[in-house]
Design a protein around this ligand. Structure first.
Ligand SMILES: [Zn+2]
Length: 299
């Protein structure tokens, strides 16, 4: 039953018909009102709003799907006005499951069904929003962390992925320097991201500066480059997100300096190369969806 299905999202918003009525939003009144009425052959769901702005969601069964219009023969209440929210979110593409889930979680937590009026005024819904929590392990700055931002951008247009909600798990260079203990000089992988450590002298490995006694806040790859440049190892604090613990009970996306071309799978975690393309991140999201939510389909 749709009413009990988690993350239920229609396969196409053209199946959603919006109706304004002047009657109590109770199943028997709605049944009496809709059964026998003609509906377009694509219509499968009815969003019903009353004059007070309350909303109910129903499924509709038609006599036939052949002719352009056909009489409704049965309706079933998915969510009544006490459990159905209506949210206007002009920035959300309602054809995208993760966007429906994001709006539901941010704007109508606790609602069984959330109808979203989004971009282009298109209207769709999600029932029992329970998006897959996706932890993105990253380093800042830059802010927002690049991989997390790539994930957000991709999920905002991912029409075919299950609802996913990313959450950044970040460590800053300032925290890493705290782990190193007090040092006067730090060597950081690159100047590009605007990384500085307050109260300390910072040098950047990508500029190949003259050697000093410093502590390297970097990854394996930075350590290899240090050896190559200076013929010696420096004290180092691990920066690579892949080295961080993860409990195996959550979908996790991380990046690793040692990967140069291919994504890697690591239990329930997928690791992309440092500097991954959107294409690589997209394929990591597909893998994570397949691993963590293999049975999800639109309704
Ligand atoms: Zn690494």
């Amino acid at each position: 039953m749709l009413r009990d299905r988690p993350n239920a999202v229609p396969s196409a918003y053209r199946g959603v018909s919006v109706n304004e009525v002047d009657l109590p939003l109770e199943e028997e009144h709605l049944r009496e009102y809709f059964v026998g009425k003609e509906a377009w052959r694509r219509t499968r769901f009815l969003v019903v709003r009353d004059r007070a702005g309350r909303t109910a969601l129903l499924t509709a069964e038609k006599e036939s799907e052949e002719p352009l219009f056909s009489p409704i023969v049965a309706v079933e209440l998915v969510a009544g006005p006490d459990e159905c929210a209506y949210v206007v979110a002009p920035d959300a593409d309602t054809a995208v499951p993760s966007e429906l889930a994001r709006v539901a979680v941010e704007r109508a937590p606790g609602s069984r069904a959330v109808v979203v009026q989004g971009m282009y005024e298109h209207i769709s819904f999600i029932v029992n929003p329970a998006p897959l929590r996706l932890v993105v392990q990253e380093v800042v700055p830059p802010e927002p962390a690049k991989l997390y931002d790539q994930v957000r951008r991709l999920l905002a247009v991912a029409e075919d992925l299950p609802p996913m909600l990313p959450e950044a798990e970040v460590v800053s260079f300032a925290e890493l320097s705290g782990r190193a203990g007090p040092a006067e000089r730090y060597l950081l992988p690159c100047r590009g991201a605007g990384v500085e450590v307050p109260g300390a002298v910072t040098a950047y490995l990508d500029e190949r500066p003259p050697h000093e006694d410093w502590t390297l806040l970097g990854c394996h790859r930075s350590a290899e480059i240090h050896e190559w440049f200076y013929g010696s190892a420096a004290p180092r604090v691990e920066m690579c997100p892949r080295e961080r613990p993860h409990d195996g009970r959550t979908a996790v996306l991380a990046k690793c300096c040692l990967l140069e071309a291919e994504n890697a799978r690591d239990g329930g975690r997928v690791v992309v190369p440092w500097g991954a393309t959107l294409e690589q991140v997209r394929s990591a999201l597909e893998e994570l969806a397949e691993r963590w939510d293999p049975t999800w389909r639109p309704v």
